[in-house]
Write a protein that binds this ligand. Structure first.
Ligand SMILES: NC(=O)c1ccc[n+]([C@@H]2O[C@H](COP(=O)([O-])OP(=O)(O)OC[C@H]3O[C@@H](n4cnc5c(N)ncnc54)[C@H](O)[C@@H]3O)[C@@H](O)[C@H]2O)c1
Length: 323
């Protein structure tokens, strides 16, 4: 990578997430930032916030300008297909915000036009989250015992998307977390979605999945009065809660479990047999963490192969397309 302050970076999209990406790039020390958006109002708000950005008015000029190699795409997913296709054909290095596309067909076509030199990374920020990495470590070390159940809840009032369901928008994050924790895509067992504000776009989604013996529930909504970002993992030895909204102590492990007595005892004493509950202490797990978006951006700028590459994105969209 060139000296980071010199690197020319272009961000497509100056909305909510584009602004966060630009802020993070500045925090990392990048100074040569170009921005393109079709909405002049958003651009002028951004220019007030970051007076040193360069506004680009013409997308085709970005495409043919060879000095603009690194492109971050943070526009609505329904706009991505034609833009990403052109970026690939012009050999750009592309950071594409999740979910990337609005269906499996688009991502499959993009995969077909890609080749070994294509550099396309999907922006699945939880994959680069140090807390998720720590939870993965605890699972791999068997600290929680065999995992029996995982619950993921992502709730808030908005942002409400008009081009994708709550699944493509939010559940895509949770599937990326499951992939990071267990290295495998789970199997869809059932789902229930609610279309409340718009008959065509689900606002609330409940998805049930299975990964070997692990049952997984994902319950997401953008129609909720409070913000929740909650992961619970129930192991045979311990239980874990990762609550992103609890800033003081987001990750806690509970030394507690429940189990029935052994099967022959259970059979003999069926009516009297009760599940045994063990309640030990809980402890806060300290994690030295960098902001996940910083980790993610540095991975993009420093790597030739991406953890969240097109195959990663395709696995997630293939599952979500069935919901
Ligand atoms: N990783 C995360 O945690 C996270 C969080 C929020 C959003 N996102 C993703 O970021 C992307 C953008 O979401 P957002 O919340 O910033 O949306 P937003 O609506 O706030 O902003 C989108 C911006 O894109 C611009 N735009 C639309 N079509 C365009 C086009 N054809 N060319 C150039 N600009 C165009 C709009 O004018 C707007 O300024 C989505 O893919 C979303 O899923 C990711």
């Amino acid at each position: 990578m060139k000296k980071k302050f010199d690197l020319k970076i272009t961000v497509l999209g100056s909305g909510y997430w584009g602004t966060i990406i630009i802020n993070t790039l500045y925090k990392l020390g990048f100074r040569n930032i170009n921005v393109y958006d079709i909405n002049n109002k958003n651009l002028s708000i951004l220019k007030k916030k970051f007076p040193k950005i360069t506004i680009k008015k013409n997308f085709n000029k970005i495409l043919i300008d060879k000095s603009l190699e690194y492109i971050f795409v943070a526009i609505p997913p329904s706009q991505n297909y034609f833009i990403v296709k052109k970026l690939i054909l012009n050999k750009k290095k592309i950071f594409l915000e999740k979910p990337g596309f609005i269906n499996k067909s688009e991502i499959t076509k993009i995969k077909k036009i890609s080749n070994k030199n294509t550099r396309l990374m999907f922006g699945y920020v939880y994959y680069y989250n140090d807390y998720i990495l720590k939870i993965r470590e605890l699972i791999k070390k068997n600290y929680l015992g065999d995992i029996q159940y995982v619950s993921l809840r992502r709730q808030n009032l908005g942002p409400i998307r008009n081009d994708v369901d709550v699944d493509f928008d939010l559940t895509s994050h949770d599937i990326s977390i499951v992939l990071k924790l267990f290295d495998k895509i789970p199997r869809l067992t059932s789902f229930k979605k609610y279309y409340i504000l718009n008959k065509k776009i689900a606002d609330i989604s409940n998805i049930h999945l299975k990964l070997k013996n692990i049952s997984i529930d994902i319950n997401n909504s953008w129609l909720n009065p409070t913000k929740e970002r909650l992961i619970k993992i129930i192991g045979k030895k311990r239980m874990l809660i990762y609550d992103e909204m609890n800033l003081a102590a987001p990750l806690k492990v509970y030394n507690q479990y429940a189990k029935y007595p052994k099967l022959d005892y259970f059979n003999k004493n069926f009516l009297n047999s009760k599940a045994y509950i063990y309640k030990g202490k809980s402890k806060i797990v300290k994690v030295s963490s960098n902001p996940p978006l910083q980790n993610e951006i540095l991975h993009f700028l420093n790597s030739k192969k991406f953890n969240t590459d097109i195959n990663f994105g395709l696995k997630i969209l293939s599952l979500l397309e069935r919901v």
